[in-house]
Design a protein around this ligand. Structure first.
Ligand code: FE
Ligand code: FE
Ligand code: ZN
Length: 277
């Protein structure tokens, strides 16, 4: 069975998202832990959490994926921005334990001119502050397109962040198909080669989730503009290869395409139909 979901609005709570996902033919979903531009998270609603956990068990939901706000930048040169990143990630990870055993994805950050090495050092330094031995959440570094001064645009940079993090058993990777293509990894013509490189540098055992997005731009464009499945430079065939790849087919896939829920439901239907397992 294909594990698939899409990005949903968290405004009505966990149990609402679970029902929405199920109604769309999905068995998981992604959501922002708070306003994508940052700000305060909603108070934990124990009743909502309890009914979510019940639905998740009854309906056999796959692990869900919480996404940190975009404004979270652990490798800023601005102390307040770094402190905000610390506060948000610490708070998010504490809240994640109400729904144990799920995934928390974040963008490793932008070094804003300080250099890649400094960026890597600052991001792992945040991880060394917030990761706890007893947490059940796996924190995922997202593969980035290399827009601006983003770090995490190569497998080597992600590897270095993992290497500099003490509790690295709490760390994994979320591979974004639009981002790696924009970063220069040719998953259209050489998916096998890209996965072999991922395995050699990071290890495929670190790969926990896939963001499945088409791209508005050509390879190596470093733009990060998502397109609907099959309407961009990756094309439907690439996505069919990705979801059916023997090294990927058991992973959960999350759509972050420019869609409303109806459009997402249609993409979920197309991908489920093309799934060969
Ligand atoms: Fe992301
Ligand atoms: Fe993404
Ligand atoms: Zn993106």
């Amino acid at each position: 069975m294909l594990h698939i979901g899409c990005h949903l609005s968290a405004s009505k709570g966990y149990s609402h998202m679970a029902k929405e996902a199920l109604g769309m033919g999905a068995d998981t979903f992604q959501f922002f832990t708070r306003n994508p531009r940052g700000g305060k998270a909603k108070d934990i609603d124990e009743g909502d959490i309890a009914s979510f956990l019940k639905i998740a068990q009854e309906e056999n939901l796959h692990r869900i994926l919480a996404h940190a706000p975009y404004t979270l930048n652990p490798c800023s040169s601005d102390e307040r921005v770094k402190e905000f990143a610390h506060m948000v990630m610490e708070d998010d990870l504490m809240r994640m334990e109400y729904t144990p055993g799920n995934y928390y994805n974040f963008h490793p950050g932008s070094h804003v001119g300080q250099g890649v090495e400094k960026g890597i050092e600052l991001t792992s330094s945040l991880l060394n502050k917030v990761l706890k031995t007893d947490q059940t959440t796996v924190v995922l570094l997202e593969t980035m397109s290399g827009k601006g001064s983003e770090i995490g645009k190569t497998f080597q940079e992600l590897r270095q962040i993992i290497d500099c993090t003490k509790l690295d058993d709490k760390l994994g990777i979320c591979l974004d198909t639009c981002h790696i293509y924009d970063a220069g990894y040719d998953i259209v013509n050489d998916l096998d080669g890209v996965l072999a490189e991922f395995d050699r540098i990071i290890g495929l055992d670190r790969l926990y989730a896939v963001h499945i997005n088409d791209s508005k731009n050509p390879i190596s464009s470093h733009k990060d503009r998502h397109e609907k499945i099959g309407q961009g430079s990756l094309g439907l065939e690439t996505f069919f290869k990705v979801i059916n790849h023997p090294l990927l087919h058991k992973l959960p896939f999350f759509l972050e395409t420019p869609n409303d829920n109806e459009g997402y439901a249609e993409e979920i239907r197309i991908l489920k139909e093309a799934y060969e397992y």
